[in-house]
Design a protein around this ligand. Structure first.
Ligand code: SAJ
Length: 411
Protein backbone atom coordinates (compact mmCIF):
# COMPACT_ATOMS: atom_id res chain seq x y z
CA UNK A 1 0.00 0.00 0.00
CA UNK A 2 1.37 3.44 -0.80
CA UNK A 3 -0.26 6.52 0.51
CA UNK A 4 0.08 10.13 -0.33
CA UNK A 5 0.29 12.33 2.73
CA UNK A 6 -0.57 15.75 1.33
CA UNK A 7 -1.33 17.41 4.67
CA UNK A 8 0.12 16.44 8.04
CA UNK A 9 -0.73 18.04 11.39
CA UNK A 10 1.77 17.83 14.25
CA UNK A 11 0.05 18.41 17.59
CA UNK A 12 2.47 19.81 20.19
CA UNK A 13 5.39 22.00 19.08
CA UNK A 14 7.92 21.17 21.78
CA UNK A 15 11.36 19.57 21.65
CA UNK A 16 10.08 16.71 19.47
CA UNK A 17 7.01 18.08 17.67
CA UNK A 18 8.68 21.18 16.28
CA UNK A 19 11.74 19.43 14.79
CA UNK A 20 9.42 16.73 13.37
CA UNK A 21 7.15 19.35 11.78
CA UNK A 22 10.13 21.31 10.40
CA UNK A 23 11.76 18.19 8.91
CA UNK A 24 8.51 16.90 7.37
CA UNK A 25 7.86 20.30 5.79
CA UNK A 26 11.46 20.54 4.62
CA UNK A 27 10.90 17.22 2.82
CA UNK A 28 8.02 18.73 0.87
CA UNK A 29 5.00 17.71 2.98
CA UNK A 30 2.52 20.52 3.72
CA UNK A 31 2.71 20.55 7.50
CA UNK A 32 0.61 22.29 10.14
CA UNK A 33 2.10 22.72 13.59
CA UNK A 34 -0.49 22.92 16.36
CA UNK A 35 0.15 24.30 19.83
CA UNK A 36 -1.96 25.67 22.67
CA UNK A 37 0.57 28.45 23.29
CA UNK A 38 -0.02 31.55 21.19
CA UNK A 39 3.56 32.71 21.68
CA UNK A 40 4.91 29.39 20.32
CA UNK A 41 2.56 29.65 17.32
CA UNK A 42 3.63 33.24 16.65
CA UNK A 43 7.31 32.46 16.96
CA UNK A 44 7.09 29.45 14.59
CA UNK A 45 5.18 31.51 12.02
CA UNK A 46 7.99 34.08 12.17
CA UNK A 47 10.44 31.24 11.47
CA UNK A 48 11.88 31.45 14.98
CA UNK A 49 12.63 28.60 17.39
CA UNK A 50 11.39 29.09 20.98
CA UNK A 51 14.20 26.93 22.48
CA UNK A 52 17.81 26.00 21.77
CA UNK A 53 18.43 23.06 19.41
CA UNK A 54 21.40 23.15 17.01
CA UNK A 55 20.41 23.25 13.33
CA UNK A 56 16.66 23.58 13.91
CA UNK A 57 16.42 27.31 13.15
CA UNK A 58 17.75 26.96 9.60
CA UNK A 59 15.37 24.11 8.66
CA UNK A 60 12.38 25.81 10.31
CA UNK A 61 13.04 29.13 8.58
CA UNK A 62 13.42 27.44 5.19
CA UNK A 63 10.18 25.47 5.65
CA UNK A 64 8.17 28.51 6.74
CA UNK A 65 9.55 30.68 3.91
CA UNK A 66 8.74 27.95 1.38
CA UNK A 67 5.12 28.00 2.62
CA UNK A 68 5.34 24.34 3.65
CA UNK A 69 5.02 24.92 7.39
CA UNK A 70 2.63 27.07 9.38
CA UNK A 71 1.54 27.00 13.00
CA UNK A 72 -1.94 27.37 14.46
CA UNK A 73 -3.90 26.94 17.71
CA UNK A 74 -6.64 24.95 15.98
CA UNK A 75 -6.05 21.38 14.79
CA UNK A 76 -6.80 21.43 11.04
CA UNK A 77 -8.03 18.53 8.90
CA UNK A 78 -5.15 16.40 7.59
CA UNK A 79 -4.26 13.01 6.11
CA UNK A 80 -2.08 12.21 9.11
CA UNK A 81 -1.82 13.54 12.66
CA UNK A 82 1.29 13.23 14.81
CA UNK A 83 0.71 13.72 18.54
CA UNK A 84 3.87 14.89 20.31
CA UNK A 85 2.67 16.34 23.61
CA UNK A 86 4.23 15.96 27.08
CA UNK A 87 3.54 12.95 29.31
CA UNK A 88 4.67 14.26 32.71
CA UNK A 89 4.22 12.26 35.86
CA UNK A 90 2.30 13.22 38.98
CA UNK A 91 3.76 13.58 42.48
CA UNK A 92 2.95 9.94 43.22
CA UNK A 93 4.76 8.85 40.05
CA UNK A 94 1.75 8.07 37.90
CA UNK A 95 1.68 9.09 34.25
CA UNK A 96 -0.40 12.18 33.55
CA UNK A 97 -2.16 11.54 30.23
CA UNK A 98 -4.29 14.68 30.15
CA UNK A 99 -2.29 16.25 27.28
CA UNK A 100 -2.71 13.12 25.16
CA UNK A 101 -6.46 13.01 25.85
CA UNK A 102 -6.77 16.71 24.97
CA UNK A 103 -4.82 16.17 21.74
CA UNK A 104 -7.06 13.23 20.80
CA UNK A 105 -10.14 15.35 21.43
CA UNK A 106 -8.78 18.08 19.15
CA UNK A 107 -8.08 15.56 16.36
CA UNK A 108 -11.39 13.62 16.59
CA UNK A 109 -13.68 16.27 15.02
CA UNK A 110 -11.35 16.52 12.01
CA UNK A 111 -11.51 12.82 11.07
CA UNK A 112 -13.39 11.85 7.93
CA UNK A 113 -12.30 8.20 7.86
CA UNK A 114 -9.05 6.70 6.58
CA UNK A 115 -6.67 9.05 8.42
CA UNK A 116 -3.50 7.99 10.20
CA UNK A 117 -3.03 9.10 13.83
CA UNK A 118 0.44 8.61 15.31
CA UNK A 119 1.33 8.92 18.97
CA UNK A 120 4.99 9.94 19.39
CA UNK A 121 4.88 10.96 23.06
CA UNK A 122 6.63 8.54 25.42
CA UNK A 123 3.75 6.66 26.99
CA UNK A 124 2.91 3.91 29.49
CA UNK A 125 1.82 0.57 28.00
CA UNK A 126 -1.77 0.75 26.76
CA UNK A 127 -1.78 4.48 25.96
CA UNK A 128 -2.07 4.06 22.18
CA UNK A 129 -5.16 1.88 22.69
CA UNK A 130 -6.50 4.54 25.03
CA UNK A 131 -5.92 7.21 22.36
CA UNK A 132 -7.82 5.07 19.85
CA UNK A 133 -10.65 4.68 22.39
CA UNK A 134 -10.86 8.43 22.99
CA UNK A 135 -11.04 9.06 19.22
CA UNK A 136 -13.81 6.50 18.77
CA UNK A 137 -15.73 7.69 21.84
CA UNK A 138 -15.69 11.21 20.41
CA UNK A 139 -16.73 9.90 17.00
CA UNK A 140 -19.29 7.11 17.40
CA UNK A 141 -20.04 7.48 13.67
CA UNK A 142 -16.59 6.00 12.87
CA UNK A 143 -15.48 2.38 13.34
CA UNK A 144 -12.04 1.11 14.42
CA UNK A 145 -11.26 0.30 10.76
CA UNK A 146 -11.79 3.95 9.80
CA UNK A 147 -8.90 5.30 11.87
CA UNK A 148 -5.34 3.95 11.65
CA UNK A 149 -3.59 4.47 14.98
CA UNK A 150 0.10 3.76 15.63
CA UNK A 151 2.79 4.48 18.22
CA UNK A 152 6.17 5.67 16.89
CA UNK A 153 8.18 6.73 19.93
CA UNK A 154 10.82 9.39 19.45
CA UNK A 155 14.39 8.42 20.42
CA UNK A 156 16.41 11.51 19.53
CA UNK A 157 19.07 12.93 21.83
CA UNK A 158 18.57 16.62 22.74
CA UNK A 159 21.46 18.52 21.14
CA UNK A 160 21.59 16.11 18.18
CA UNK A 161 17.90 16.04 17.27
CA UNK A 162 18.22 17.35 13.72
CA UNK A 163 20.68 14.63 12.79
CA UNK A 164 19.21 11.73 14.78
CA UNK A 165 15.65 12.39 13.56
CA UNK A 166 16.80 11.75 9.99
CA UNK A 167 19.02 8.75 10.68
CA UNK A 168 17.91 6.85 13.83
CA UNK A 169 16.11 3.55 13.32
CA UNK A 170 12.46 3.86 14.36
CA UNK A 171 10.06 1.48 16.04
CA UNK A 172 6.57 1.67 14.55
CA UNK A 173 3.84 -0.06 16.54
CA UNK A 174 0.47 -0.26 14.87
CA UNK A 175 -2.82 -0.93 16.62
CA UNK A 176 -3.34 -2.90 13.41
CA UNK A 177 -0.75 -4.06 10.82
CA UNK A 178 -2.41 -1.70 8.34
CA UNK A 179 -1.78 1.26 10.65
CA UNK A 180 1.89 0.26 11.04
CA UNK A 181 2.36 0.06 7.26
CA UNK A 182 0.73 3.47 6.78
CA UNK A 183 2.96 5.02 9.45
CA UNK A 184 6.02 3.51 7.78
CA UNK A 185 5.09 5.34 4.57
CA UNK A 186 5.05 8.64 6.42
CA UNK A 187 8.40 8.16 8.19
CA UNK A 188 9.98 6.91 4.99
CA UNK A 189 9.45 10.41 3.55
CA UNK A 190 12.29 11.77 5.73
CA UNK A 191 13.92 8.99 7.76
CA UNK A 192 16.82 6.98 6.32
CA UNK A 193 17.06 4.66 9.37
CA UNK A 194 15.48 1.21 9.54
CA UNK A 195 11.72 1.34 10.13
CA UNK A 196 10.82 -1.60 12.35
CA UNK A 197 7.20 -2.67 12.51
CA UNK A 198 5.54 -4.18 15.57
CA UNK A 199 2.36 -3.77 17.61
CA UNK A 200 1.59 -0.65 19.66
CA UNK A 201 2.14 -2.16 23.11
CA UNK A 202 5.57 -3.55 22.22
CA UNK A 203 6.56 -0.17 20.77
CA UNK A 204 5.48 1.58 23.98
CA UNK A 205 7.46 -0.82 26.14
CA UNK A 206 10.49 -0.72 23.81
CA UNK A 207 10.85 3.03 24.27
CA UNK A 208 10.54 2.76 28.05
CA UNK A 209 13.00 -0.14 28.01
CA UNK A 210 15.67 1.91 26.21
CA UNK A 211 15.60 4.67 28.80
CA UNK A 212 15.35 2.20 31.69
CA UNK A 213 18.38 0.34 30.36
CA UNK A 214 20.36 3.57 30.46
CA UNK A 215 19.02 4.42 33.91
CA UNK A 216 19.95 1.00 35.33
CA UNK A 217 23.44 1.26 33.82
CA UNK A 218 23.96 4.75 35.29
CA UNK A 219 22.62 3.51 38.65
CA UNK A 220 25.24 0.74 38.56
CA UNK A 221 27.92 3.40 37.94
CA UNK A 222 26.53 5.58 40.75
CA UNK A 223 26.50 2.63 43.14
CA UNK A 224 30.09 1.84 42.18
CA UNK A 225 31.06 5.45 42.95
CA UNK A 226 29.74 5.03 46.50
CA UNK A 227 31.55 1.71 46.93
CA UNK A 228 34.73 3.31 45.57
CA UNK A 229 34.42 6.22 47.99
CA UNK A 230 34.31 3.80 50.88
CA UNK A 231 37.22 1.71 49.57
CA UNK A 232 39.29 4.72 48.45
CA UNK A 233 39.36 3.75 44.78
CA UNK A 234 38.94 6.19 41.87
CA UNK A 235 35.59 5.16 40.26
CA UNK A 236 36.46 6.64 36.86
CA UNK A 237 39.71 4.73 36.64
CA UNK A 238 37.89 1.59 37.82
CA UNK A 239 35.17 1.93 35.16
CA UNK A 240 37.63 2.76 32.41
CA UNK A 241 39.66 -0.34 33.23
CA UNK A 242 36.58 -2.60 33.49
CA UNK A 243 35.28 -1.24 30.16
CA UNK A 244 38.39 -2.62 28.44
CA UNK A 245 36.71 -6.00 28.77
CA UNK A 246 35.11 -6.67 25.36
CA UNK A 247 31.68 -7.34 26.88
CA UNK A 248 31.57 -4.66 29.62
CA UNK A 249 30.25 -1.14 28.97
CA UNK A 250 29.53 0.76 32.18
CA UNK A 251 28.29 4.36 31.95
CA UNK A 252 29.55 7.23 34.09
CA UNK A 253 28.63 8.19 37.65
CA UNK A 254 27.50 11.75 38.35
CA UNK A 255 25.53 13.85 40.84
CA UNK A 256 22.26 12.13 39.81
CA UNK A 257 20.18 11.64 36.69
CA UNK A 258 18.26 14.57 35.25
CA UNK A 259 16.25 15.56 32.21
CA UNK A 260 12.68 14.80 31.29
CA UNK A 261 13.11 11.24 30.01
CA UNK A 262 15.51 8.92 31.80
CA UNK A 263 14.46 10.06 35.27
CA UNK A 264 10.76 9.65 34.38
CA UNK A 265 10.17 6.84 31.89
CA UNK A 266 11.25 3.90 34.11
CA UNK A 267 8.45 4.84 36.52
CA UNK A 268 5.93 4.11 33.73
CA UNK A 269 7.15 0.51 33.70
CA UNK A 270 7.04 0.35 37.50
CA UNK A 271 3.49 1.70 37.44
CA UNK A 272 2.41 -0.92 34.89
CA UNK A 273 4.04 -3.91 36.63
CA UNK A 274 5.05 -2.89 40.18
CA UNK A 275 5.72 -6.38 41.57
CA UNK A 276 7.93 -7.39 38.67
CA UNK A 277 10.05 -4.23 38.22
CA UNK A 278 12.21 -4.44 41.31
CA UNK A 279 15.53 -3.75 39.58
CA UNK A 280 14.15 -0.84 37.56
CA UNK A 281 12.65 0.73 40.69
CA UNK A 282 15.85 0.28 42.71
CA UNK A 283 17.90 1.87 39.92
CA UNK A 284 15.59 4.89 39.97
CA UNK A 285 15.90 5.15 43.74
CA UNK A 286 19.70 4.79 43.54
CA UNK A 287 19.99 7.61 41.01
CA UNK A 288 17.49 9.78 42.88
CA UNK A 289 19.50 9.37 46.11
CA UNK A 290 22.78 10.57 44.58
CA UNK A 291 22.19 14.36 44.91
CA UNK A 292 21.61 13.90 48.66
CA UNK A 293 24.87 11.95 48.94
CA UNK A 294 26.73 14.78 47.16
CA UNK A 295 25.07 17.29 49.50
CA UNK A 296 26.37 15.25 52.45
CA UNK A 297 29.91 15.50 51.06
CA UNK A 298 29.58 19.28 50.64
CA UNK A 299 28.18 19.71 54.15
CA UNK A 300 31.05 17.68 55.59
CA UNK A 301 33.54 19.91 53.75
CA UNK A 302 31.83 23.05 55.11
CA UNK A 303 32.05 21.60 58.62
CA UNK A 304 35.73 20.75 58.10
CA UNK A 305 36.18 24.43 57.22
CA UNK A 306 34.71 25.41 60.62
CA UNK A 307 31.39 26.19 58.99
CA UNK A 308 32.79 29.30 57.30
CA UNK A 309 33.44 28.43 53.65
CA UNK A 310 32.58 29.91 50.26
CA UNK A 311 31.28 27.12 48.05
CA UNK A 312 31.57 27.20 44.24
CA UNK A 313 29.13 24.94 42.39
CA UNK A 314 30.38 24.40 38.84
CA UNK A 315 27.58 23.56 36.40
CA UNK A 316 23.81 23.69 36.90
CA UNK A 317 22.31 22.14 33.75
CA UNK A 318 21.05 18.54 33.58
CA UNK A 319 23.86 17.49 31.24
CA UNK A 320 26.94 19.00 29.61
CA UNK A 321 27.09 21.80 27.05
CA UNK A 322 23.39 22.72 27.06
CA UNK A 323 21.38 25.50 28.72
CA UNK A 324 18.56 23.28 30.02
CA UNK A 325 18.04 23.45 33.80
CA UNK A 326 14.89 21.34 34.00
CA UNK A 327 14.98 18.32 36.33
CA UNK A 328 18.66 19.00 36.94
CA UNK A 329 20.28 17.26 39.93
CA UNK A 330 22.90 20.05 40.02
CA UNK A 331 20.17 22.67 40.37
CA UNK A 332 18.55 20.60 43.11
CA UNK A 333 21.88 20.50 44.97
CA UNK A 334 22.19 24.29 44.69
CA UNK A 335 18.61 24.87 45.91
CA UNK A 336 18.99 22.52 48.88
CA UNK A 337 22.37 23.92 49.90
CA UNK A 338 21.12 27.52 49.71
CA UNK A 339 18.09 26.58 51.80
CA UNK A 340 19.90 24.58 54.46
CA UNK A 341 22.93 26.90 54.80
CA UNK A 342 21.60 30.45 54.58
CA UNK A 343 24.85 31.94 55.89
CA UNK A 344 27.13 30.08 53.47
CA UNK A 345 28.14 32.06 50.39
CA UNK A 346 27.43 30.01 47.27
CA UNK A 347 28.94 30.89 43.91
CA UNK A 348 26.77 29.35 41.18
CA UNK A 349 28.82 28.91 38.01
CA UNK A 350 26.91 28.20 34.81
CA UNK A 351 28.45 29.67 31.64
CA UNK A 352 25.45 28.56 29.53
CA UNK A 353 22.85 30.78 31.22
CA UNK A 354 22.52 34.54 31.55
CA UNK A 355 20.54 34.60 34.81
CA UNK A 356 19.55 32.28 37.64
CA UNK A 357 15.91 31.18 37.98
CA UNK A 358 14.02 33.89 39.90
CA UNK A 359 13.67 31.93 43.18
CA UNK A 360 17.44 31.41 43.36
CA UNK A 361 18.32 34.91 42.20
CA UNK A 362 16.28 36.21 45.15
CA UNK A 363 18.45 34.30 47.65
CA UNK A 364 21.00 36.54 49.35
CA UNK A 365 23.63 33.79 49.67
CA UNK A 366 23.62 32.72 45.97
CA UNK A 367 25.44 34.61 43.20
CA UNK A 368 25.80 33.66 39.54
CA UNK A 369 29.56 33.92 39.16
CA UNK A 370 32.00 33.65 36.20
CA UNK A 371 34.21 30.54 36.24
CA UNK A 372 37.50 32.39 36.82
CA UNK A 373 36.14 34.40 39.75
CA UNK A 374 34.69 31.34 41.44
CA UNK A 375 37.92 29.41 40.96
CA UNK A 376 39.92 32.12 42.71
CA UNK A 377 37.42 32.70 45.54
CA UNK A 378 35.82 29.37 46.52
CA UNK A 379 37.21 27.37 49.43
CA UNK A 380 35.23 24.36 48.26
CA UNK A 381 34.80 23.69 44.52
CA UNK A 382 32.08 21.21 43.56
CA UNK A 383 32.17 20.04 39.94
CA UNK A 384 28.61 19.08 39.01
CA UNK A 385 28.45 19.17 35.19
CA UNK A 386 31.24 18.11 32.82
CA UNK A 387 30.91 21.11 30.49
CA UNK A 388 33.77 21.37 27.98
CA UNK A 389 34.71 24.78 29.44
CA UNK A 390 35.44 23.17 32.82
CA UNK A 391 37.66 20.47 31.30
CA UNK A 392 40.42 23.01 30.66
CA UNK A 393 40.63 24.10 34.31
CA UNK A 394 44.15 23.33 35.57
CA UNK A 395 45.41 22.10 38.92
CA UNK A 396 47.12 25.51 39.36
CA UNK A 397 43.80 27.33 38.89
CA UNK A 398 42.23 25.09 41.52
CA UNK A 399 45.06 26.03 43.90
CA UNK A 400 44.20 25.16 47.51
CA UNK A 401 40.49 24.70 46.79
CA UNK A 402 38.96 21.60 48.35
CA UNK A 403 37.58 19.78 45.28
CA UNK A 404 34.48 17.58 45.23
CA UNK A 405 34.38 16.22 41.69
CA UNK A 406 31.15 14.36 40.82
CA UNK A 407 32.13 13.87 37.16
CA UNK A 408 35.74 12.80 37.33
CA UNK A 409 37.28 15.62 35.27
CA UNK A 410 39.19 17.43 38.03
CA UNK A 411 40.74 14.33 39.56
N1 SAJ B 1 24.08 10.61 32.71
C1 SAJ B 1 24.99 10.13 33.66
N2 SAJ B 1 25.95 9.26 33.26
C2 SAJ B 1 26.06 8.85 31.96
C3 SAJ B 1 25.14 9.33 31.00
C4 SAJ B 1 24.16 10.21 31.42
O1 SAJ B 1 24.93 10.49 34.85
O2 SAJ B 1 26.98 8.07 31.67
C5 SAJ B 1 23.04 11.55 33.13
C6 SAJ B 1 23.13 12.90 32.44
O3 SAJ B 1 24.07 13.72 33.10
C7 SAJ B 1 21.72 13.42 32.56
C8 SAJ B 1 20.89 12.14 32.44
O4 SAJ B 1 21.78 11.06 32.69
O5 SAJ B 1 21.50 14.02 33.81
C9 SAJ B 1 20.20 11.93 31.11
O6 SAJ B 1 21.05 12.31 30.04
P1 SAJ B 1 21.25 11.43 28.72
O7 SAJ B 1 22.22 12.13 27.84
O8 SAJ B 1 21.59 10.04 29.09
O9 SAJ B 1 19.81 11.35 28.08
P2 SAJ B 1 18.64 12.40 27.63
O10 SAJ B 1 17.66 12.46 28.75
O11 SAJ B 1 19.17 13.68 27.11
O12 SAJ B 1 18.03 11.60 26.37
C10 SAJ B 1 17.58 10.26 26.53
C11 SAJ B 1 18.14 9.39 25.38
N3 SAJ B 1 17.89 7.98 25.64
C12 SAJ B 1 18.88 7.04 25.55
O13 SAJ B 1 20.02 7.32 25.28
C13 SAJ B 1 18.46 5.63 25.81
C14 SAJ B 1 17.48 9.82 24.05
O14 SAJ B 1 17.90 8.97 22.99
C15 SAJ B 1 15.95 9.76 24.18
O15 SAJ B 1 15.30 10.16 22.98
C16 SAJ B 1 15.56 10.72 25.30
O16 SAJ B 1 16.15 10.24 26.52
C17 SAJ B 1 14.03 10.73 25.39
O17 SAJ B 1 13.44 11.73 24.97
O18 SAJ B 1 13.45 9.75 25.85
Amino acid sequence: MTRDFKRVAVVGLGYIGLPTAAILADHGVRTFGVDVSQSVVNSVNRGEVPFVEPGLREVLKRAVEAGKLSATNETPSADAFIVAVPTPFTKNRKADLTYIDAAAKSVAPKLQGGELVILESTSPPGTTERLRDVLLAERPDLSAEDVHVAHCPERVLPGKIMHEMLTNDRIIGGISPKAAVAARELYRSFCSGELLLTNARTAELAKLTENSFRDVNIAFANELSLICDKLEVDPWELIELANHHPRVNILQPGPGVGGHCIAVDPWFIVEAAPEESRLIRTARETNDAKPEWVLGRIEQAIEDHDGDATVGLFGLTFKPNIDDLRESPALHILESLAQRHPTTQILAVEPHIEALPAALAAKRNVTLTPTEDALSTAHIGVLLVDHDVFKTVTRTQLGGTKVIDTRGIWQ
